[in-house]
Structure formats: C-alpha cells, structure tokens
Ligand binder design. Structure first.
Ligand code: MG
Ligand code: MG
Length: 245
C-alpha cells in the first residue's frame, strides 16, 4: 500500500514513541533486572506519550514488549527472569499513534558479553542497514532479503527463515512479507509511500527454530545465540526514511 504524506507523518509520530521506548529500556538493561521491568518502562512511555500498544493483547500476547534472551530469537514474554552478566537480550516493541503503527527491535548486551555475542549483534545490525538501503523507489522488494543474507552469511552466520519482516501502516503486520533472505523471486517493486518493518533475525548456528510450550517464545533449534534488529522505514523520493529513530 502507498501511504500519503499525512499518513507517513502519523507513522513518524508512532516511530518516535518506539524510539523513545528503545532509548528508555536500553538505559535500564544491566545484570539483575528482570525482563518484566523492561515491559514496565515501555508501558510508562506509551502512557506518557498517549500511545497505544500494538503488542499488548495481539493474539493474546500479555505484554507491550517481547523480551528474548540469548538463544531465544523472538516473541519472549516478559517475566521475573533475571538477566545476568554475559546475557544478550532482544527487545521488540511498538506503538500506535492516531491509528498508525511503529515497530522496532534491538539486541543489547547485559554487562560484559563474549566477543562472539558482540560480533553477532554488530553483524545483525549491519545487515539491517544494508537491507534498509534497498528500500528505494523502483527497486525490487526482495533485494532487501538478499542484502541482509549477504551480510549475515559473509560473517558465517545464518538468517532465520520462519519469521520475516512486513509492510506496516494501520495494522502492524500488512502484506507483503519481507523475507530476510533471497526467496528465489524478485518480489514487487518498491514505491514511494510504501512503509516496511525490516527485521533480520541472525543466528550463530543454523537457521532452524523451535516454538516453546508457552505458544510464543521461539528459540534456535541448536541452542546457539540469536540477535534481532528492526526498524520501520518509509520509502520517500529522497530514499529510505527510518521512522523509528
Ligand atoms: Mg517488531
Ligand atoms: Mg515487525
């Protein structure tokens, strides 16, 4: 779907709220906090900014953020789990402002972490930015996935196939999907006014995933570390505009 400048202005507002949730939650991440505290910070920002959560009650999800530590890829439920030195934690969250959605994720270190964990986070974030560069008018959408995959695999990592990015607007998840790998076809043309959430999930080991018994949490099948970075991006005449920073 092509969004008008007025619609994108609303999405920019939602994106700013998400960016503030990122900033405020990053600031509390340290050994000894619980993942529920991350959710509490997110709720405080949403409330203060008069925004609604697009995560809370989404198919019954019980929180405003997903918190996914270490080998958990996505969709972790905030709890009394205490983060410890050496963990990495992925935080995914969103906001609705005036009916329009923002969605973004980051992975952060908890205290001092291994060189491998640092490298995984750097590579995953770099793959996101390479993917974002592809969001130019006239380009083919699946060049995003090719770019993400090239960065991740050049580093010796794998890209998750079972969970993908998406268009976003008046719903959090709109068509088309945006794979983080080359799916074998070029996909639709990218047009000015399109808005996408690009979200590589990159694993140190293999790409296979397992959903846990809580019906939400998704972990790596081989137990290896996983990182997740995401932004919401509008395609403009001047190129990609990241709305969630
Ligand atoms: Mg997200
Ligand atoms: Mg998303």
């Amino acid at each position: 779907m092509r969004r008008s400048p007025e619609e994108i202005a609303k999405m920019r507002k939602a994106g700013k709220v998400v960016a503030e949730i990122h900033e405020k939650t990053r600031a509390i991440i340290r050994p000894g906090i619980t993942t529920r505290q991350i959710d509490a910070v997110s709720r405080e920002v949403l409330e203060r900014r008069g925004a609604r959560s697009n995560f809370l009650n989404y198919h019954g999800f019980p929180a405003t953020v997903c918190t996914s530590p270490n080998d958990m890829i996505v969709h972790g439920i905030p709890s009394d789990l205490v983060l410890v030195e050496g963990d990495i934690i992925s935080v995914d969250c969103g906001a609705i402002v005036e009916g329009y959605h923002g969605d973004a994720a980051y992975t952060a270190p908890v205290g001092e972490v291994s060189q491998e964990a640092l490298r995984l986070m750097e590579v995953t974030e770099a793959s996101l930015w390479k993917g974002i560069e592809q969001l130019r008018d006239g380009n083919r959408l699946h060049e995003v996935g090719r770019a993400v995959q090239d960065v991740a695999e050049a580093a010796g990592y794998s890209v998750v196939r079972n969970y993908v990015g998406h268009a976003i607007g008046t719903e959090m998840h709109e068509e088309p999907q945006v794979p983080n790998y080359w799916p074998g076809t070029p996909g639709p043309r990218v047009k000015v006014g399109n808005v996408f959430a690009i979200e590589p999930m990159v694993n140190v080991g293999g790409p296979e995933t397992v959903e846990l018994a809580d019906g939400w949490s998704v972990v790596t099948a081989d137990g290896g570390l996983s990182a997740h970075f995401e932004h919401t991006i509008a395609v403009t005449d001047a190129g990609p505009e990241v709305l969630t920073i």
